[in-house]
Design a protein around this ligand. Structure first.
Ligand code: KG4
Ligand code: ZN
Length: 340
């Protein structure tokens, strides 16, 4: 039963995950979020230094929590991109060092392929075929997936500007809410009217690209509306109306992709999947189409290393390995489940 250790350092969290035969058996997570909060966003250099300090202790903790030693490890998988270059480099350098020191193969994993693989940890083999929506502070991507080992992941569309979570965070800042704005907007929106303000739905006209997203116009529209408003700001209505605009576009495009590809399953990933309105509307629309909806638990939706280990596990089975010359690729395009 092969054991794969995954290392994920693409943003502000140092994650180590240990997967045995497709099952998570140990993990450790350190976050530098508190160090970034006062800047209102993640500072790459601060994140990189925090990864450097956290990595070795996190590895020891993850192996201990799995009840194994380095002798039991069969492979190392590491996020090679996309992500913050300086942060990725720390994880890659560590992964190469462990690979040499422990005499085990190294796999460079595409971060989005990791998000896709996360569902396999929660629900067993990924439905083949399926459409996957990944929405977080860093990405908004629609993917068409078949067999994770044999078939390349097809990138259907992405955001052309802000990521969905980024839009939540920027609107949160406009409204003076704590960072990150997503959870606060979700909570406050429950008291508001989602039809109170008609905010724009980006790239939703018939002539627009069907599977691309755009949220910066929406963010600007919210900022303008708030600026122009006189008197007490109806914060709950702004939150609810903004959230509805983001969620509706995500659900419309995901359902359209599922129909076009003729899939019977939709899988979600990324931190924005915590959004209660997104979960509800997606569930309703998927049910209406007779399509199954798979949502991994929150800890597997947000960035984590178990998903990277899981993606690496598929490649161990294939007998492939990545050379030690693999570099950090901050803006990697997804061509397949791994980068080599
Ligand atoms: O995957 P994730 O934890 O990490 C990064 O992308 O870095 O996603 C974090 C993002 C943030 O933008 C946060 O505002 C958003 O997910 N988020 C939410 C909710 N919970 C987290 N957005 C909307 N509603 C939520 N309940
Ligand atoms: Zn991610």
């Amino acid at each position: 039963m092969p054991v794969v250790v995954g290392i994920e350092t693409s943003c502000d969290e140092t994650g180590i995950g240990v997967v045995r035969d497709g099952e998570l058996i140990g993990e450790a997570l350190a976050s530098s979020m508190d160090e970034h909060a006062r800047f209102g966003g993640v500072v790459p250099e601060v994140a990189a230094r925090a990864h450097l300090e956290a990595l070795v202790p996190a590895m020891e903790l993850a192996l201990t929590s799995a009840g194994i030693t380095s002798d039991d490890v069969d492979a190392i998988a590491v996020t090679a991109g996309p992500g913050l270059a300086t942060a990725l480099q720390v994880g890659l350098a560590a992964a190469k060092a462990y690979s040499i020191a422990w005499g085990v193969p190294l796999y460079g994993v595409h971060h989005l392929a990791g998000h896709v693989a996360a569902d396999a940890l929660a629900h067993g083999a990924l439905p083949n075929p399926c459409v996957v929506l990944i929405v977080s502070g860093g990405h908004t991507s629609l993917l068409y997936c078949r067999d994770l080992v044999d078939d390349p992941i097809e990138h259907l569309g992405d955001t052309l500007d802000d990521a969905a979570g980024e839009a939540f965070d920027k609107v949160g800042r406009v409204l003076g809410l704590p960072f990150p704005g997503g959870p606060a907007i979700d909570r406050i929106a429950r008291e508001g009217n989602p039809t109170a303000i008609a905010f724009p739905r980006g790239l939703s006209r018939p002539q627009d690209p069907r599977f691309e997203f755009s949220f910066s116009g929406l963010k600007t529209a919210v900022a303008r509306w708030v600026e122009a408003h006189e008197g007490d700001l109806p914060v709950a209505d702004v939150c609810a109306s903004f959230q509805e605009a983001v969620v509706e576009v995500q659900v419309d495009k995901t359902i359209a992709a599922a129909k076009e590809k003729g899939v019977r399953s939709i899988v979600l990933g990324g931190g924005v999947v915590a959004n209660s309105r997104l979960r509800l509307l997606m569930a309703q629309r998927a049910a209406a189409e007779g399509v199954a909806l798979l949502i991994p638990p929150p800890e597997l939706c947000t960035d984590n290393a178990a998903m990277i280990a899981c993606a690496g596990f598929h490649h161990l089975n294939l007998g492939e390995r990545t050379g030690l010359d693999v570099g950090a690729s901050p803006s990697l395009s997804i061509g397949g489940p791994e980068v080599a």
